[in-house]
Design a protein around this ligand. Structure first.
Ligand code: ZN
Length: 255
């Protein structure tokens, strides 16, 4: 099993470093080159591939400078990423037999139309679609697409580790407890998250099972969440897509 560690970028981005056997590694969503090149040098790692989840600058901004240092394959969705060498799409299988690792690609549009996730070795790299205790803003897709994408991710095994692109857990849990003030799993996750942040530890990854218990955006069919969303919208909401859209609008206005 590879070791997966975060490389901090900008104010709250996580670039993921997947360390394989023989000092080799892959990098997910390098928004900046400098912190990546520093880690490669400090740990004497040989970069073998770059994986991209979507075209936003804070996920691809470092690719060109990393390629100047070493030419490696760049996997990602086709269309908006000019440094891409290996386009992927829904159900693509990325096999790296010499490293004993394989990723299955899922199309998960909603935050952007080109968004993909990489699932392998018990982990999913899901960029800005599913966040720990939250979900991404719907910039390019529709609420229905976002709902379907979150459902796709929720169907992975419960012990899957969620590696998202930002450290947003603390703020997301403030919103989650506003939606479900009596959810004990959210209360204990808030305590755990505060302890980690006070000692400057990442709160990512988290298991999918914890997300299903505490992330309102994965709980659009729970009575408590539906009730809270209806109360916010001041009308009946008859399907989970409308519940998701209402939660997203509510979160957009949440401080
Ligand atoms: Zn993004």
């Amino acid at each position: 099993m590879p070791t997966i560690t975060p490389i901090l970028a900008f104010s709250d981005n996580y670039i993921w470093c997947i360390e394989l056997a023989n000092q080799q590694c892959m990098i997910v969503d390098p928004g900046q080159a400098t912190p990546v090149l520093r880690v490669l040098s400090e740990r004497a790692l040989e970069l073998t591939a770059i994986l991209i989840t979507h075209h936003h600058f804070d996920h691809v901004g470092g690719v060109a400078d990393i390629l100047r240092y070493k030419k490696v394959p760049v996997y990602g969705p086709e269309g908006n990423i000019n440094t891409l060498t290996h386009p992927v799409s829904d159900k693509s299988l990325l096999s790296f037999p010499t490293q004993g690792i394989q990723f299955k690609v899922f199309a998960i549009p909603g935050h952007t139309l080109d968004h993909v996730a990489y699932y392998g070795c018990g982990a999913v790299f899901c960029g800005d679609t599913l966040f720990t205790a939250g979900c991404g803003k719907i910039f390019e897709g529709t609420p229905k697409q976002m709902y379907q994408s979150l459902t796709t991710l929720a169907e992975l095994p419960d012990d899957t580790l969620i590696y998202c692109g930002h450290e947003y857990t603390e703020n997301n849990l403030k919103f989650a407890t506003t939606v479900e003030p009596n959810n004990p799993d959210i209360c204990s996750r808030i305590q755990d998250t505060q302890q980690k942040r006070q000692s400057n530890q990442p709160t990512v990854p988290a298991t999918l099972s914890l997300e299903k218990k505490t992330n309102p955006f994965l709980r659009c069919q729970q009575a408590t969440v539906i009730q809270a969303a209806c109360h916010y919208a001041e009308r009946e909401l008859n399907n989970p897509v409308d519940v998701l859209l209402t939660l997203r609008e509510w979160k957009n206005n949440f401080i």
